[in-house]
Design a protein around this ligand. Structure first.
Ligand code: PRT
Ligand code: ZN
Length: 285
């Protein structure tokens, strides 16, 4: 029997969401805490808990067949693996930041500067693309304090809310990369493993789709029904049921997150009442 081995982060920012995603895919994991690896009882999946930096290498070597890792780490490590799905969590950007009191003069102004970063490979490529020569200082953590202690002039670091930069007197001036967690795979999986991976991918996409959509229930006066229905996409067409009160109907449909607020406003304007919005757990299309 084939089994799929997945590498996920042992602890840190991607850990919770990675375990949660597997759970939402209906994959039960035993004793997740403080283990190096665990197996699922109800899916042929073995889970390895690793440092995020090691995941691309493990997947390239086939020690793990697939893995969940940030695109920032993936690009930095530059291993021979294939990205198969964006997972929508662990979102951040890799940016250049300079002391807040300085005026930024574009990428060219980085010429000759000392740049502190944990991402030397990505930064080197970025500078090369822009024909800029700078002095890259690789440090493994607390990059944001480097200018304050005189170690560098600027930094290239991960940013999400921006508060770490702010608290250290820095401002973000260039975004080199937008990143999120992705699912990666080894290049030489067997047919049986690929079949398992497809099964897992189908579940992941089903969960992702559900998260992007909401189930909407509303009451509509029958004379406005046509207009209200025209606003709703639904999976095929909306479900319309008569209400006990004559002249009114209940309309059920699915709305995607992107258009959600606009549509709700339009529906209200068109005469919809008692609008209920319900999260969807799984969405198979
Ligand atoms: O132990 P291990 O090596 O596995 O973990 P780690 O310490 O290297 O990584 P970890 O857990 O900090 O991050 C794992 C991954 O989460 C990263 O590789 C990114 O893909 C993703 N991610 C998303 C982030 C952030 N957001 C983030 N904000 N990783 C780090 N940060 C740090 C950033 O370095 C800076 O220090 O958070 C600070 C900035 O946050 P804001 O909100 O103040 O801007
Ligand atoms: Zn790490």
């Amino acid at each position: 029997m084939a089994i799929l081995k997945i590498g996920i982060q042992k602890s840190g920012r991607l850990y919770e969401d990675s375990v949660q995603l597997l759970k939402e895919c209906g994959i039960d994991l035993r004793n997740v805490k403080d283990r190096l690896k665990t197996e699922s009882d109800n899916f042929p999946l073995e889970v390895f808990f690793l440092r995020d930096d090691d995941i691309p290498q493990y997947v390239e070597d086939g020690v793990a067949d697939i893995g969940i890792v940030g695109e920032n780490v993936l690009l930095e490590k530059n291993k021979q693996v294939e990205t198969i799905e964006e997972l929508g969590f662990g979102k951040c950007r890799l940016s250049i930041a300079i002391p807040r009191n300085q005026v930024y003069g574009g990428v060219a102004s980085l010429e000759g500067k000392r740049i502190a970063t944990s991402y030397p490979f990505i930064v080197k490529n970025y500078l090369k693309q822009h024909n800029v020569k700078a002095d890259i200082h690789e440090i493994s953590g607390s990059v944001e304090i480097a200018p304050g202690i005189g170690l560098s002039d600027v930094v290239a670091d991960l940013v999400s809310s921006g508060s770490t930069l702010f608290m250290n007197g820095l401002k973000e001036v260039e975004t080199m990369l937008k990143s999120q967690a992705v699912l990666i795979k080894n290049n030489k999986l067997s047919d049986e493993q690929l079949a398992l991976l497809n099964k897992l991918l189908f579940r992941i996409r089903t969960v992702k789709k559900a998260k992007r959509n909401k189930y909407v229930l509303l009451n509509a006066p029958n004379d406005k029904l046509k207009e209200i229905i025209s606003l709703l996409p639904g999976m095929k067409s909306p479900t319309v049921l008569p209400l006990a009160e004559s002249g009114w109907s209940s309309v059920h449909s699915v709305l995607s997150e992107d258009e959600f607020w606009d549509k709700i406003e339009q529906l209200k304007e068109a005469g919809a009442q008692g609008i209920l919005v319900i999260p969807i757990e799984k969405m198979v299309v």
